[in-house]
Design a protein around this ligand. Structure first.
Ligand code: ZN
Length: 81
């Protein structure tokens, strides 16, 4: 019988607890919800966390993909109130 070969599961459990705690503390991920379209182009979005609205001006609106990208970047850089 070699007692030194026994693994120490309590250390793993401790590490796992720390991981669980840090994951629980993390804030829910905010998401951008598109709420307005002109045709198939998204022109309005809202943050699901702070309800701030983002808009695309008709001038800058060219393609649907670019409009969505613009909304996404506005959303990415805003600070939740
Ligand atoms: Zn927000």
């Amino acid at each position: 019988m070699n007692k030194f070969a026994i693994t120490r599961p309590h250390e793993n459990r401790k590490a796992q607890e720390l991981i669980d705690k840090s994951q629980r503390k993390r804030e829910p991920q905010r998401t951008l919800r598109l709420i307005g379209w002109i045709g198939t182009t998204p022109v309005r979005g809202v943050c699901t966390t702070c309800a701030e609205e983002f808009r695309i001006s008709q001038k800058t609106m060219t393609r649907a993909s670019e409009a969505e990208e613009s909304l996404k970047s506005q959303f990415r850089w805003h600070i939740c109130r």
